[in-house]
Design a protein around this ligand. Structure first.
Ligand code: NAD
Length: 292
């Protein structure tokens, strides 16, 4: 049993913190939103009075916050958690943020720190089946593994600080491009008089195969897990995909990498969100590509 401070009890952090409680850990949680804190306390957690109070005395301190500026403020700002945490505490940021901020916060925190963004969405957070992509020192990774295992099923140590965020932006850039090209192929098939089923049956066994097509197919009635079956209710919202594509392009720019398809995917998702797709599942981009 470990003492854990958990800050950011939103759509992802709430269920992740509950899974830590279920695994028998003692969890002190904090969120700026009182309702999130009350829901956490109602589930058996200890409500802390501040982020620093959640961090004080903990063996592990976890954050699950919206973006880089929230992570920097929470860890390093006035009354920050890095100073409040015990010298031996292991800090784990599970938020999806830019690689440069992840590296800078880890360097300035003065404590062993891991960046550990996730994939698997709110369903994976509820079920405890998230994938963690982890960057940071070997020793901290080894110590944190049982904590991450209480919230996820697949845990990959990707390298030093920032490597987890690097893996996340690369994965989601591929996911966006795969979803766009799967959608374009389905729309082209429609124009060519080829049924969705026929294209799906060929592609799912051929070299055009992708997770976007076979697990998350952007048209209804082919894959049970597909948001297309429920009128594109998320799932993974267009606004979150847009956020991750912006992070991938920031990373590409900062690293001097050419990612022309990633840049085009960003432009298409910017249009999708501008046209009202932000709250729709990201696979709903097929409707924009169809022109409907
Ligand atoms: P969310 O907005 O539901 O939760 C964020 C929580 O952080 C909110 O409850 C907010 O009040 C709290 N917060 C913000 N600043 C704070 C502070 N200084 N102190 C304490 N609490 C603070 O967001 P979410 O969907 O849970 O996403 C969290 C992170 O996980 C994001 O980086 C997101 O990109 C990433 N992510 C989300 C999903 C998803 O499907 N929702 C999937 C993978 C990764």
């Amino acid at each position: 049993m470990a003492r854990i401070g958990f800050v950011g009890l939103g759509n992802m952090g709430g269920p992740m913190a509950r899974n830590l409680l279920k695994a028998g850990h003692q969890v002190a949680g904090y969120d700026l939103v009182p309702a999130a804190l009350e829901a956490f306390a109602a589930g058996g957690g200890t409500a802390a009075a501040s982020a620093a109070a959640a961090a004080a005395g903990a063996d592990f301190v976890v954050t699950m916050l919206p973006a880089g500026k929230h992570v920097r403020d929470a860890w390093l700002g006035a009354g920050g958690m890095a100073a409040a945490a015990a010298p031996a505490a292991i800090l784990i940021d599970c938020s999806t943020i830019d690689v440069d901020t992840a590296r800078a916060v880890a360097a300035e925190a003065g404590r062993p720190m891991l960046d550990a963004p996730v994939s698997g969405g709110t369903m994976g957070a509820e079920a405890g089946t998230l994938t963690f992509m982890v960057g940071g020192p070997d020793g901290a990774f080894a110590s944190a593994q049982p904590i991450l295992a209480a919230m996820g099923r697949t845990i990959v140590h990707c390298g030093t600080a920032g490597a987890g965020q690097a893996a996340k932006v690369c994965n989601n850039m591929m996911l966006a491009a795969n979803m766009i090209i799967a959608s374009e192929a389905l729309v082209l098939a429609e124009k060519l008089g080829l049924s969705h089923r026929a294209l799906f049956d060929v592609v799912s066994k051929s070299s055009g195969q992708s997770w976007a097509m076979t697990t998350y197919c952007p048209v209804p009635d082919l894959v049970p897990t597909s948001p297309a079956n429920r009128d594109y209710r998320p799932g993974f919202a267009g606004a979150l995909m847009l956020k991750d594509l912006r992070l991938s392009q920031e990373a590409a720019k900062s690293a001097g990498a050419a990612t022309p398809l990633g840049a085009e995917a960003l432009a298409l998702f910017e249009r999708f969100v501008a046209e009202g797709g932000g709250e729709t599942d990201f696979s709903g981009i097929i409707r924009m590509l169809r022109g409907g």
